[in-house]
Design a protein around this ligand. Structure first.
Ligand SMILES: Nc1ncnc2c1ncn2[C@@H]1O[C@H](COP(=O)(O)OP(=O)(O)OP(=O)(O)O)[C@@H](O)[C@H]1O
Ligand SMILES: [Mg+2]
Length: 300
């Protein structure tokens, strides 16, 4: 099972869009996908048609101990399963302050699910608080969406330190898979400068041999594409909404690069798939980690 947490404490960089469309890609390839919305804004939930205003139980009830994860699952029309969120989740950070194991509630909830999943994708809020900490404790891989803007790299070291701390104290299986550039405006000088700066940071971190040691900048860049901004209002992923768009191509290519089993030509229109060179998927096998015993042994 792959367990990915999609995080960046900067707001509006493409976390939710990346979670939704990577999950959509995997679901269309027949993977059993669980998405977890850890953001009180509930954008991922709304994207797939969950109404956070209704009284249905959400991740808030799971974190506060009032429901099991299996009791709050929401099934989207497109075949993804979601643990939805709602605005109350913002209060959970405060309500859980006295809870001794507050960072590990999500991992326990996922481990206790009866239903088998091939991939779990966790969408974080734009902060490094308790909700993100639960995401990091529940995952094996961190994916960092980054918008190549002025100040994009500021905050990356803090993010890395947070991951390192979680790896050291709570979840030794955690590693940073890499950075995906989102909303790229092709050909701008600024993008090139940010990516160069990022390469230097990753190189220095790799040498230090820590959570970053096999992190990379994904070859696939997600270009700015209006169809990606439109598809949440249709409650589906980009593959259902606009299979010929650049957004569909880019997320299909990213899914292929991250999950070798995903075939681009099965996700987007064949004539479109033929137009782009595909990056090779990672060749080194991603360790198949079976939790929960080793995690428990690690004291999480
Ligand atoms: N490649 C893209 N092209 C055009 N618009 C995009 C693209 N990626 C994301 N967007 C839009 O940009 C906005 C921010 O994206 P998104 O919600 O994915 O970011 P986020 O990091 O999850 O934000 P937050 O930190 O608030 O959770 C959204 O309106 C989304 O539809
Ligand atoms: Mg978001």
């Amino acid at each position: 099972m792959r367990r990915l947490v999609i995080m960046n404490q900067k707001g509006g960089v493409g976390k939710t869009t990346t979670t939704a469309n990577l999950g959509g890609a995997l679901a269309r390839m027949g993977w059993r996908v669980l998405m977890v919305d850890l953001d009180p804004q509930a954008h991922l939930s709304i994207h797939f048609g969950f109404d956070p205003e209704q009284e249905a139980p959400t991740i808030y009830d799971v974190l506060t101990g009032d429901a099991k994860a299996g009791d709050v699952l929401f099934r989207s029309a497109e075949g993804v399963t979601l643990i939805p969120s709602c605005v109350d989740l913002a209060a959970a950070e405060v309500e859980l302050v006295g809870h001794a194991d507050r960072h590990a509630i999500l991992v326990r909830a996922i481990d206790a699910l009866d239903e088998p999943f091939d991939a779990v994708l966790i969408d974080c809020p734009p902060s490094l608080g308790l909700l993100t900490l639960n995401g990091l404790t529940a995952a094996y891989e961190v994916l960092i969406p980054l918008q190549p803007h002025f100040l994009a790299l500021q905050g990356l070291m803090k993010l890395g330190q947070t991951v390192a701390l979680v790896r050291e104290r709570l979840n030794p299986m955690l590693r940073i898979a890499g950075v995906v550039i989102c909303m790229q405006d092709t050909g701008t000088l600024l993008s090139a400068e940010v990516i160069h700066g990022l390469e230097q940071i990753l190189e220095a971190q790799r040498r230090a041999g820590n959570a970053w040691s096999d992190a990379r900048i994904f070859h696939t860049r997600i270009r700015r594409n209006i169809k990606l901004a439109e598809c949440p209002s249709h409650q589906v992923s980009i593959f259902e909404y606009a299979a010929k768009s650049n957004g569909a191509l880019d997320y299909a290519a990213l899914a292929h690069e991250m999950f070798a089993a995903v075939e681009v030509k099965e996700l987007v229109a064949a004539d479109v798939a033929a137009t782009i060179p595909m990056p090779a998927p990672r060749t080194e096998p991603v360790p198949a980690v079976e939790v929960p015993m080793s995690r428990q042994a690690a004291g999480a």
